[in-house]
Design a protein around this ligand. Structure first.
Ligand SMILES: [Zn+2]
Length: 93
């Protein structure tokens, strides 16, 4: 039984596919095996995970451009409900 051993460079190459779940099972196992022994790559994968999530959010944000304007309209049309409260300062002699 041949065991694949990945080096750090391969982790860097495969991290995107790993996060997308696009790796074959054997590749994923080799990937995780490397992570178990290499804190540097664990940190790298963590960074990439965050980056990928932000990128995905940006993509969604670009699609919903009109939302911001709609929110602003909603805020504008919503009048402040606070009544002008008169505080009668009664000076008790
Ligand atoms: Zn590594």
């Amino acid at each position: 039984m041949r065991r694949e051993i990945l080096v750090c460079q391969q982790i860097v190459d495969l991290v995107t596919e790993f996060l997308e779940g696009a790796l074959a099972e054997a590749e994923r196992e080799a990937f995780e095996e490397h992570l178990a022994t290499c804190p540097d790559c664990v940190a790298h994968v963590g960074q990439m995970r965050i980056t990928q999530r932000l990128t995905a959010q940006l993509r969604h944000g670009a699609a919903g451009d009109g939302l911001r304007g709609r929110l602003l309209d909603a805020f504008r049309s919503r009048r402040s409900p606070w009544p002008g409260r008169h505080t009668g300062d009664t000076e008790a002699g």
